[in-house]
Design a protein around this ligand. Structure first.
Ligand SMILES: [Zn+2]
Length: 210
């Protein structure tokens, strides 16, 4: 739980607080990790907005670590107090729902603010006008083959990250329309947040083995 600064970091690099995953001990920028706090009831609670009061600890966004934070001994050791037991599957499932909800909410808000462009035609137009094309593309899991292929190719050409996530109806609902097959998160800060939520949702999603 200490703040470390790499001695080799250039002096002009903006300082970013580093934290350690309580499970695997890997360090990383605070914003890249999931904050956890102890609720008054003694249970560990995920703090997706990073705003809950109290002493926090951090977990990286790897599936095994996210499930591993429910280990009571580890939790009690980390928080240096007795923690209430929680069900691992319920914790992970709830985390998945929270991440998905926040993702939809964020997309809606970002779209209103111009940080998300929705739909193939609108993205074509916006990319043609943009001086630099950055951020990330999100293609719905049930987007048509031609649409998905087209946007994966465009993303590769432009050097954009592309994520396949959410159904057309889910993105549509987030945007107040019927369906939406493709989103461009064009503002860097919004893209970072969306990528974080997408990763959290993916790493807590049920695994289909068949
Ligand atoms: Zn970890």
């Amino acid at each position: 739980m200490s703040t470390t600064v790499s001695p080799s970091a250039p002096a002009r690099t903006r300082h970013t607080a580093q934290r350690q995953c309580l499970v695997c001990r890997t360090g990383g920028p605070k914003e890249s990790l999931l904050r956890l706090v102890r609720a008054p009831s003694g249970e560990v609670v995920a703090d997706l907005a990073g705003s809950l009061p109290g002493r926090g600890c951090y977990c990286c966004l790897q599936r095994n670590c996210l499930a591993g934070v429910t280990n009571l001994g580890l939790l009690s050791h980390t928080f240096r107090t007795r923690m209430a037991p929680i069900d691992r599957d319920l914790f992970v499932t709830d985390l998945h729902h929270q991440a998905s909800q926040r993702l939809a909410g964020a997309i809606g808000v970002y779209a209103k603010g111009g940080a998300v462009v929705a739909g193939s035609d609108a993205i074509d137009l916006a990319m043609a006008k943009a001086s630099t094309v950055s951020g990330l593309l999100v293609v719905a899991t049930d987007a048509g083959d031609a649409t998905a292929r087209h946007w994966r190719h465009r993303a590769a050409t432009a050097g954009l990250a592309v994520h396949t996530a959410g159904r057309e109806s889910m993105w549509g609902a987030a945007l107040g329309r019927d369906r939406c097959a493709v989103l461009w998160v064009c503002a860097p800060r919004a893209a970072k947040r969306v990528e974080w939520l997408l990763t959290l949702a993916a790493e807590t999603a049920p695994i289909h083995t068949t």
